[in-house]
Write a protein that binds this ligand. Structure first.
Ligand code: IVH
Length: 692
C-alpha cells in the first residue's frame, strides 16, 4: 500500500509523462516510447487511481472515456459568438486579388502603399468547436450551432486524443480555443470498412458514412462516449473565443500567427501548411501550391482561408453582418457533385475481382472530369440502390478512386417502373465468360478463368514465372507488360512460342538478354508438379497446398479430375480450397491452357498416388500427457493422427486412451476419475503396429 503522499506524487509524475508521450504521438507524430511502455505507465496510473480515488481528476489521461450515455445535448451560449467567414466563390486567382483589394480599400491604403500581411491556412472540412479551458483544464466543448448557441459535446470531444485535457505550460484563468474536428481519409475508409463488416454481419442499426465530415459530425454528436472513442477524430486549432487579457494572465499576442504558435505551445495541432503571405501575389501563390498538394493531404479541405495577420488591423476592419472583413475562404472545386448514371458495368481487375462501376455523364469533381465511379461490390451497389437514369452524388477526394456516395432522394423516389433494374452481379466473367464465384463470407465475386481471362493475363504470367513457381528468370513486370500490350502473349503457352528474333526485336531488349530469356524458358520446361500447380495461380493454392496435393495424387490428371470429396481427403485441404480447385478445373478454358502447356513440352516426374494408408484408429480419441520415454509429444501425435486417431488436449468422457509418460499430472487424475484407459508409450506403439 502506497501512502497518500507517495501516490499523489507518483500519479502527478505519471500524468505528466503520459501527457507528454500522448502529445508526441498524436500531435507531433514523433513517438518516443513503444506502445507497450506507454500502456504500462497508463496501467500504473489506473492502478493508483483505483487505490486512491481522489487522484482520478477530470484531466487525468485515464479519463478520456469516462462519462455515461447521455439523453441529449445541453445548450451552450457562446461567450464570444462563433462567426462564419465569407466565401470567395471565384475559384480562380482573381478571388484572392478581390479580397486583398477590399482589405486595402477598407484600410484606406494607397495603391503604392505597403502590402498587407496575411496568414494563410487550410479550410478544413469538418466541424467547428469551441473548447473552454479554465485554469488550464478542459471544462467544456461546444459545437458552433447557430453561432450564438451551440451544443455541449464535452464528453465526445474528450475522446479526441489530439485535444489536450489540460493545457501545456502556463495557462491563463480562461482560454477558449476554436478549431475544426475532422476525420482523416484513412481513418474514414477504415471506419467504413468496419461499418460494412458490421452490416454484413446483420447489425441493422449500423450505417456507412458518406464522407469524412459526415462521419466526424456523427461522432461528435454521439451520446455514447464509448462509441465516440471508437470513431477516430483529429483536430486543428485556428481561432479563439473568450481569453483572459494579458493583465489577467492571458498571452500577449499581436497577430494571428502568434496565436497559432500559442495554440501549438498549449499542445494543439495547428495546420502544417500554414504560411504568412504578403499581398495578393503571395495569397495567389499559396492557393496554387495547396491546389497541387490537395490530393496528397491526408484529410479533406474545401479551400484555403486568408486572414489579416495583425490583430490591430483586424479590429479596424471589423465585421459586416456576422462575417469578419479580415478573413475570407477561397474555395477549390467541390469534391462532391451530382450527375446522371448512364450505365452500370462490371470491370474485372488484374486478380480477377469483379467490381461494379457506374458510367456517368461527365462531371467535373475534385478538380478532374470523372466518367466512371466505383460501386465497390454487389452488396454496396444494392444497398445504395443505384439504377441507370438516377441522379447520384459522386465523390472524388484525394487520389482515392471516385465513388458513388448515394442516389439523390428525388431519383430514388421515382416509381419503380420508371427506374432501371436492380443491380445484380453477372455469374459469368464479362471478359472471358468463365464462372464468376463469390465465396462464403466474402463480398467480392471473382472470375475463375485465371489462366485464360484477358483481364488477368499479366498477373497470371507474372505469377507463373515467379521464382517459387516456374522460376523463369528475366521475365519481369515491364517485359510482361510489353509482351501483353503488343499482343505477343495472350495465354501462358504463348510464352513458349517466343523465339529469339521476336524477343530481340523488342524495345530496350539486348541480344544477350533475349538469349538468356529463351534459355530460361527452355529450362523451365523441366519442372515439378508442385511448382507447376502453384504456378497456375489457383485461388487459395499456395506452395504448401500444392505440395500436399502433388504428394496425395501423384499425377496432375488425378488432381484435375478429383471430386470435392476426394480433394477433402488431402492433408490441410478444406472446403474452400476443394471448391476453388474444382471450379478452376471445371472451366474448359483453363483445362485447354494446361493441355497446351503440356504440348509445349512442359513436364515433370509424376508419382504414384500416396497409398491410401489404412486408418485403424479412426474414431478414437487420444490424449497425451507427461514425458514419453522415446518419442516427443509431437512425434506421438503425428503417428496417432496418421493412423486416423484424433488427439485432444484435455481428458473428457469422450477420451478413449490417455497415453501417460513420466510426471503425468492432473490429466492422469482426471482419466482415472473418469475411468479412461491409461496406457504407456510401449502399449501405444504396439496398438499402432498391430491395431487395437
Ligand atoms: S476561421 C471568424 N479558419 O469554416 C473566423 N474557419 O465559415 C472564424 N473552417 O465554421 C472561422 N478551417 O468550421 C477558420 N482555418 C480555418 C478554418 C475554418 C475550416 C471552417 C469553420 C467555420 C467555417 C467558416
Amino acid at each position: 500500500m502506497t501512502t497518500r503522499e507517495d501516490a499523489a506524487r507518483e500519479a502527478a509524475a505519471l500524468g505528466e509523462q503520459l501527457r507528454r508521450h500522448a502529445h508526441l504521438y498524436y500531435v507531433l507524430d514523433a513517438p518516443e516510447l513503444p506502445d507497450t511502455e506507454y500502456d504500462k505507465l497508463f496501467q500504473r496510473l489506473q492502478a493508483l487511481e483505483a487505490e486512491h480515488s481522489e487522484l482520478r481528476t477530470p484531466d487525468s489521461p485515464t479519463q478520456r472515456v469516462g462519462g455515461k450515455v447521455l439523453e441529449g445535448f445541453a445548450k451552450v451560449r457562446h461567450k464570444v459568438p462563433m462567426l462564419s467567414i465569407r466565401t470567395e466563390t471565384d475559384i480562380t486567382p482573381g478571388g484572392a486579388s478581390a479580397f486583398d483589394a477590399r482589405v486595402r480599400k477598407e484600410l484606406g491604403l494607397a495603391e503604392d502603399g505597403p502590402q498587407v500581411e496575411y496568414v494563410c491556412e487550410l479550410k478544413f472540412d469538418g466541424l467547428a468547436v469551441n473548447l473552454r479551458y479554465e485554469q488550464g483544464v478542459l471544462v467544456q466543448a461546444a459545437t458552433r450551432g447557430d453561432g450564438e448557441i451551440g451544443e455541449d459535446v464535452t464528453q465526445s470531444i474528450r475522446t479526441v486524443q489530439q485535444i489536450p485535457l489540460r493545457l501545456h505550460g502556463d495557462a491563463p484563468p480562461v482560454a477558449e480555443v476554436r478549431g475544426e474536428v475532422y476525420m482523416r481519409r484513412d481513418d474514414f475508409e477504415a471506419l467504413n470498412e468496419r461499418q460494412r463488416e458490421k452490416i454484413a454481419a446483420g447489425q441493422k442499426n449500423e450505417k456507412v458514412f458518406v464522407n469524412p465530415r459526415n462521419a466526424a459530425a456523427g461522432a461528435v454528436r454521439q451520446l455514447d462516449p464509448a462509441i465516440a472513442a471508437s470513431r477516430p477524430l483529429s483536430f486543428f486549432a485556428y481561432g479563439l473565443g473568450e481569453v483572459s487579457s494579458p493583465e489577467q494572465g492571458g498571452p500577449d499576442c499581436a497577430t494571428q500567427f502568434d496565436w497559432l504558435q500559442q495554440f501549438h505551445a498549449w499542445g494543439f495541432p495547428i495546420g502544417t501548411q500554414t504560411q504568412r503571405a504578403s499581398g495578393a501575389i503571395e495569397l495567389i501563390a499559396f492557393h496554387e501550391t495547396i491546389a497541387r498538394e490537395r490530393d496528397a493531404l491526408p484529410y479533406d479541405i474545401d479551400g484555403v482561408v486568408y486572414k489579416v495577420d495583425s490583430l490591430e488591423l483586424q479590429r479596424r476592419l471589423g465585421f459586416v453582418s456576422r462575417e469578419p472583413r479580415w478573413a475570407v475562404a477561397h474555395k477549390y472545386p467541390a469534391q462532391e457533385q451530382l450527375t446522371e448514371v448512364l450505365g452500370i458495368e462490371v470491370q474485372v481487375g488484374r486478380t480477377g475481382k469483379l467490381t461494379p462501376v457506374a458510367k456517368l455523364a461527365p462531371i467535373f469533381v475534385g478538380g478532374v472530369t470523372v466518367t466512371n465511379a466505383t460501386l465497390h461490390n454487389e452488396d454496396e451497389a444494392r444497398r445504395k440502390d443505384v439504377r441507370v437514369g438516377d441522379t447520384v452524388i459522386v465523390r472524388r477526394a484525394g487520389d482515392v478512386i471516385p465513388e458513388v456516395v448515394g442516389v439523390l432522394p428525388e431519383s430514388a423516389a421515382r416509381p419503380a417502373q420508371q427506374r432501371g433494374p436492380v443491380f445484380t452481379m453477372p455469374r459469368k466473367c464479362p471478359v472471358c465468360g468463365s464462372d464468376a464465384l463469390r465465396e462464403e463470407g466474402e463480398v467480392d465475386y471473382r472470375c475463375t478463368g485465371g489462366l485464360f481471362c484477358g483481364a488477368q493475363r499479366k498477373e497470371a504470367i507474372l505469377h507463373f514465372a515467379a521464382r517459387r513457381a516456374l522460376d523463369i528468370e528475366g521475365l519481369g513486370d515491364k517485359l510482361v507488360e510489353q509482351l501483353v500490350d503488343a499482343n505477343l502473349i495472350r495465354t501462358l503457352p504463348d510464352l513458349y512460342k517466343l523465339g529469339f528474333t521476336t524477343l530481340a526485336g523488342l524495345d530496350r531488349m539486348a541480344d544477350k538478354s533475349a538469349k538468356n530469356l529463351v534459355d530460361a524458358l527452355e529450362a523451365s520446361k523441366k519442372t515439378t508438379l508442385p511448382r507447376f500447380l502453384f504456378g497456375l495461380g489457383i485461388r487459395h493454392i499456395g506452395e504448401s497446398t500444392a505440395k500436399d496435393l502433388a504428394k496425395h495424387f501423384g499425377k496432375l490428371d488425378g488432381i484435375m479430375d478429383a471430386t470435392e470429396e476426394q480433394l477433402l481427403e488431402v492433408n490441410d485441404v478444406g472446403p474452400v480450397v476443394a471448391k476453388s480447385l474444382r471450379t478452376f478445373f471445371d472451366q474448359p478454358h483453363n483445362r485447354e491452357v494446361v493441355e497446351q502447356l503440356r504440348a509445349c513440352g512442359l513436364g515433370w516426374e509424376e508419382g504414384e498416388p500416396a497409398a491410401r494408408a489404412p486408418k485403424p484408429l479412426a474414431g478414437k480419441t487420444f490424449v497425451i500427457t507427461g514425458t514419453l520415454p522415446t518419442l516427443s509429444r509431437d512425434e506421438a501425435k503425428d503417428k496417432l493422427e496418421t493412423a486416423g486417431a484424433k488427439v485432444a488436449g484435455s481428458v473428457s468422457k469422450k477420451t478413449d486412451y490417455l497415453v501417460a509418460g513420466a510426471e503425468a499430472g492432473s490429466k492422469l487424475d482426471k482419466a482415472l476419475e473418469l475411468g479412461v484407459a491409461v496406457i504407456d508409450e510401449a502399449r501405444m506403439l504396439e496398438i499402432l503396429e498391430n491395431g487395437l
